[in-house]
Design a protein around this ligand. Structure first.
Ligand code: ZN
Length: 246
């Protein structure tokens, strides 16, 4: 089975459409989404429509919860808060309740655990160091765990006897082999707001038969998303950062 793994779409429909077109060329059987479908970007309702229609499994992200008033947004920075308030007004009642009912605890699909932040603190924790990855291994029982939230594609690999995880920055387009007894935390990066200084949309193709993981990057019309954000009155800082992949 080939799985299209999406995360942190952040209401960027232009990026999402390019990702789907790119993934269609290589083919996939199912879609898993690791949360934060909305927040920051200009097309929250359209992106939820698409993820609802396509995904076999979606877990909730912190921005999804914020959009449907499942948490307060006092901790958000001013730009993020502005985007949340705007997003709340865009969602159809059906999409609102779909987001509200997404699982906020890790889900399991075969050998894979799916969560937005981490298995330990599902919606909130950032796994962006070997130490944090290592501490999370005891919070899931499958060989592999898929996470998003950091907006940076990465793998954290641990083998029996290792004192810590090994961090790998995947080369786009290169299929990495899973298996071999390793336990691995895998992050596909962000479709709609990459933060690794590469403005291209990021996603992954997981092939469960061949046991491979391939991160892919695709260019999209960043200017189109930015123009839509300007029309929506979203903050300049959120508009500008898309050009830099930060
Ligand atoms: Zn996010």
């Amino acid at each position: 089975m080939r799985v299209l793994v999406l995360s942190d779409i952040h209401a960027n429909l232009t990026a999402l459409e390019r990702v789907l077109a790119d993934a269609a060329q290589t083919g996939y059987d199912v879609v898993w989404c690791l949360g934060d479908t909305v927040g920051y970007g200009p097309e929250p309702d359209e992106c939820v429509d698409m993820v609802r229609r396509l995904s076999d499994l979606t877990v909730v992200g912190n921005h999804d919860w914020a959009a449907v008033e499942k948490m307060d947004i006092d901790d958000f920075n001013p730009e993020a808060r502005h985007a949340v308030v705007w997003t709340r007004k865009q969602l159809s009642p059906e999409n609102w309740s779909w987001l509200r009912n997404l699982p906020g605890t890790p889900e399991t699909k075969g050998e894979f655990t799916l969560t937005h932040g981490s298995p330990k603190v599902p919606v909130w924790e950032y796994i962006q160091s070997p130490d944090v990855a290592r501490a999370n291994l005891e919070y899931f029982t499958t060989p592999y765990c898929l996470v998003g939230h950091t907006h940076v594609p990465a793998l954290y690999v641990w083998r029996e006897g290792d004192s810590n995880c090994r961090e790998i920055s995947p080369t786009p387009g290169q299929a990495l082999s899973l298996g071999g007894g390793a336990r691995i935390i895998l992050n596909p990066g962000s479709v709609g707001q990459p933060r690794d200084k590469d403005a291209r949309a990021s996603y992954a193709i997981l092939d469960t038969d061949r046991a491979t993981w391939q991160v892919r990057r695709v260019s999209y019309q960043v200017e189109t998303t930015q123009a839509h954000m300007r029309v929506a009155g979203l903050p300049d800082r959120l508009i500008n950062r898309l050009s830099f992949g930060w």
